[in-house]
Ligand binder design. Sequence first.
Ligand SMILES: [Zn+2]
Length: 70
Amino acid sequence: MPTYDFNCKKCNENFTVQVSIKDKSNVNCPKCGSKEIQQRFTRVNLGGISGGNAGSSACSSGSCSTCSGC
Ligand SMILES: [Zn+2]
């Protein structure tokens, strides 16, 4: 069963629950019981991925003529 990280909008509690994807919308805050929670995406690193790949792949030929940043 996957685990999800949530943040409670009411009491700002961060918590992790192990729940099936179909029950994800039924999760309550364990601290205050609120359903006003939002999922946290702790592995959000889109900026790092796009930046790193753009630099390395663009210059694989050894020339910077095809990229504008390195
Ligand atoms: Zn709460």
